[in-house]
Ligand binder design. Structure first.
Ligand SMILES: [Zn+2]
Length: 207
């Protein structure tokens, strides 16, 4: 009888160890997955200033100072001058200057390229107004320099619902220490992001 009890206890212990090992393997796998890929984190927000960290496959590439919306984080509406919180993806890249070597689909910003903010089918899209015969009241991107020397479009307001916010970009710094809701980098950092990252880049904006 004693032998049977020890045998049963032994099985229980072995099962517990096996389950424990299984748990460790699982959580380790998740950790590795979270570290792979390209991640741009916006943190340490202080008014319209913040830090940005670029990480590629778990390796920190740089931490740098950026400008965000004049009113900080928490975008809700068009014109609230806030930067959206949460996860953003990249819809494409653009620039008044030529493609610096990114694999992301790159729009050469000519005088007819606008970021539409009008209440119509083009809302929250970068469009060629000449090709579409659209008299646009949105952003005349060609003349927004040096900010739009280089940039990337995010998928904020992906459904393009008029009024919920448009043209949330990652772009170069201008003369002001804030943006209207975008995230602004020094131009050399913007070029580095474009060269090192592709359209799988994930942007996480936090506090
Ligand atoms: Zn328009």
């Amino acid at each position: 009888m004693k032998k049977l009890i020890f045998f049963v206890l032994g099985i229980v212990c072995l099962s517990a160890v096996a389950m424990g090992v299984s748990d460790c393997t699982c959580s380790g796998g998740e950790k590795k997955a979270a570290q792979s890929g390209q991640l741009l984190e916006i943190f340490d927000v202080d008014g319209s200033c913040a830090k940005a960290r670029l990480t590629i496959d778990g390796e920190e590439i740089f931490v740098t100072d950026v400008f965000i919306g004049q009113k900080g984080l928490g975008k809700q509406r068009e014109g609230d001058r806030k930067t959206p919180v949460g996860t953003l993806h990249i819809k494409g890249a653009f620039g008044v200057k030529p493609n610096p070597g990114t694999s992301i689909n790159y729009i050469d910003v000519t005088p007819s390229i606008f970021a539409c903010g009008d209440n119509n089918a083009y809302y929250n899209q970068v469009i060629d107004t000449a090709a579409l015969h659209h008299k646009c009241n949105g952003e005349d991107m060609y003349h927004i320099v040096p900010e739009y020397n280089y940039g990337m479009m995010t998928d904020y307001n992906a459904a393009c619902v008029p009024g919920l916010g448009s043209a949330i970009f990652i772009h170069c710094k201008g003369s002001k220490a804030y943006t209207a809701g975008c995230i602004a980098f020094d131009e050399e950092r913007m070029i580095e992001i474009l060269r090192r990252c592709d359209s799988t880049l994930v942007v996480k904006v936090g506090k």
